[in-house]
Design a protein around this ligand. Structure first.
Ligand code: PXP
Length: 247
């Protein structure tokens, strides 16, 4: 069954709004674990706008599922990641002006930077994923730089303005997932997924991991993190069963 990675960055965003100690994303990670999260995801950005070094350090100790660190290729962040040793790293593009990660990584133009980095992490026993748009050239380049996983960017699907566009984007993701698997890559997916739009992604893409942040943390404000995670897990379970029944 598709696993759920819960991104707790937004808890840190709330804390940083006051530069205080609460709410603590480490507590959020533990409660998400209790709610059945299979993975905890955090993004240690170069500008430290939400997650801080101490969060990474403590989560590495308290998360009992699996810790997935989203990161840029910046040297300082790479060294920190290698020192803290999360179970998995996901390379993402990072720009200071953006509100959230916008496009996928341009692996085609960054092959020379990514190949040695992927090798270094994998040699240390840390799984590597590359966050990319579901495009043939990017998938091929991802294979060439030696990554084990790709995370297909679901943002265009999530933000589609019409039902027809949404179906097109879903089809593009299906093709991308199929092509990735043909090349021997393992497929994750994420970005912009919600309780409303996750169903078709579970049923059609059959990703190993879905990484979801904003929607779960938004619901958690009203129902609590443990329950919000349980509800998303329930949806993923339901749609996994439906997919199996239909195939
Ligand atoms: N996957 C990646 C690579 C991301 O950068 C993000 C956002 O941090 C997510 C998934 C989660 O996106 P959202 O918060 O829209 O669910």
């Amino acid at each position: 069954m598709t696993k759920l990675g819960v991104n707790v960055d937004h808890v840190a965003t709330l804390r940083q709004a006051r530069r205080t100690y609460e709410p603590d994303p480490v507590t959020a990670a533990s409660l998400a674990d209790l709610g059945g999260a299979d993975i905890i995801t955090i993004h240690l950005r170069e500008d430290r706008r939400h997650i801080q070094d101490r969060d990474l350090r403590l989560m590495k100790q308290v998360v009992f599922s699996k810790l997935n660190l989203e990161m840029s290729v910046a040297r300082e962040i790479v060294e920190l990641a290698l020192a803290e040793r999360p179970e998995q790293v996901t390379f993402v593009p990072e720009r200071r002006q953006e509100v959230t990660t916008e496009g996928g990584l341009d692996v085609v133009s960054q092959r020379k930077v990514l190949a040695p980095l992927v090798k270094r992490f994998r040699e240390q026993g840390i799984a590597v994923s590359l966050f990319i748009d579901p495009e043939t050239q990017q998938i091929q380049a991802a294979r060439e730089v030696g990554t084990e996983f790709v995370e297909l960017h679901t943002g265009a699907y999530a933000n589609a303005g019409t039902e027809a566009q949404r179906q097109d984007m879903l089809e593009k993701l299906c093709q991308g997932a199929k092509f990735s698997r043909e090349l021997g890559l393992r497929v994750n997916a994420g970005h912009g997924l919600t309780y409303k739009n996750v169903g078709p992604i579970v049923e059609e893409i059959n990703a190993e991991e879905l990484h979801i942040g904003h929607s779960i943390i938004s619901r958690a404000v009203f129902v609590g993190i443990k329950k919000a995670v349980e509800e998303m897990k329930g949806l993923i379970y339901k749609h996994s069963v439906l997919a199996r029944a239909g195939s």
